[in-house]
Design a protein around this ligand. Sequence first.
Ligand SMILES: [Zn+2]
Length: 316
Amino acid sequence: MTNSYTSLENNIFQLALIPGDIQNRAAGYLIRGPKNVIIETGASPSNKTILSTLKVLEISPASIDAIIVTHIHLDHAGGAGLLMQQCANAILMVHPKGKGHLSDPNRLIAGARQVYQESFDRLFNPILPIAEERIQTVSDGETFDLGNGRQLQFYEAFGHARHHIIAFDSESKGIFTGDIAGVFHDRIHSRTGCAISFPNTAPTQFDPEEMQASYDLMISLHPHHLYYTHYGKADQVVDILKATQKWIPFFSEACVDYYRKNRSLDQLTNYIQDHTVAYLEKEKISIDAIDIKNLEFDNRLNAQGIIAYVQRLQKQ
Ligand SMILES: [Zn+2]
């Protein structure tokens, strides 16, 4: 296993997690200091990468003080139980609504098995429970002291999931965004210099009003950086947030109307794909076949989330 990390500013290290079969899809972050903190664990197949990175950086797992997950979706927190076993002195920090799922992951496992079927083991195994007494729930506005005057401040940021938090780092002035700032296309960014992200409406709790409020919150924090889980770091932050926020009505209105008429996941995926690709063309941002495949992957998930949203609206 190769060591796969990038050193960023302010003792922050970006860890290349291993989500399924797509490269550069999920990032975790390590903050090194008086307190050592890992943000996002990915699923358990990422575990070896995290451990080997710690080894290279000469940080023993026993000296990890906290493991923070922005929310409990498996590509963010599936490997938390395994990593907590290895980091024997760490606490796990999560939104209160996520706690029960991490202490007893049976429902998460059953749900994922149903969705991923025979791929489940390869993508997620094992998903281990975390002892309740090691889980510290995080409320809106709460802080975690990293030492030397540095702290992380947590905020609830719903719209993607109703148990989603973000963390603002007082030193880098960056936000660890989880999924709420959308999916950042690092590959396009590194090749073209154009910073592009689209909202993440993946299942099953997309809520456009909450998502708008979360973007307003992130903008109001005047961040200097965004540390995306999907994928990597961005610096021209407020512009990106504002541009991404403008896409929310497309998903909550145009895509909803389109799905109500067509009732097809494939067609809705194509509809979103056509609009995102047309936007990139209009902005004169050149993309290649791999970018198109990556966009398709996101847009299928986004379409699934819109369908879940339409079904929820119907029940109301
Ligand atoms: Zn998520």
